[in-house]
Design a protein around this ligand. Sequence first.
Ligand code: DGI
Length: 153
Amino acid sequence: WTGVNERTLVAVKPDGVQRRLVGEIMRRFENRGFKLVALKLVQASEDLLRKHYWDLRSKPFFRGLMSYMSEGPMVVMVWEGLDVIKTARNMLGENNPADSLPGTIRGDFCVEVGRNVIHGSDSVESAEKEISLWFGQNELHCWVHNSRPWIYN
Ligand code: DGI
């Protein structure tokens, strides 16, 4: 069971919460076999969002992105499992929903990059950074997934 402890940060953005997609999105991650280790509803501060999207600070859409992400609460979660970072990105679809295949979250639920419903970490480094930004150590739960032997061989 090496590698099954990989973690990623997934966040349902304010549009996803408003559009009542939280349950549907969580169901997809549960059904896939991933383990939920942290979860909260949060109205992100500007400071937090700035840190989260620091790499995009010089992009022309940055101000719009900050305001979009502040428009309401988000559901932020950490999912754990084998290759979860890459698999979650595949489940999300492409950054631009128009390039996202049907069956992916963005491919099924949105049409515009500026309202693309969900975030997922894109690498081990960004997952670690984002998880520590959004969650305290005591909010990350260690528990045994009792279906583990039926998901991993
Ligand atoms: O990791 P992703 O969310 O797939 O993509 P990213 O880290 O390059 O961009 C982060 C978010 O920034 C993305 O989910 C939506 C927004 N964004 C990225 N490119 C554009 C954009 N927003 C607008 N309006 N226009 C863009 O070209």
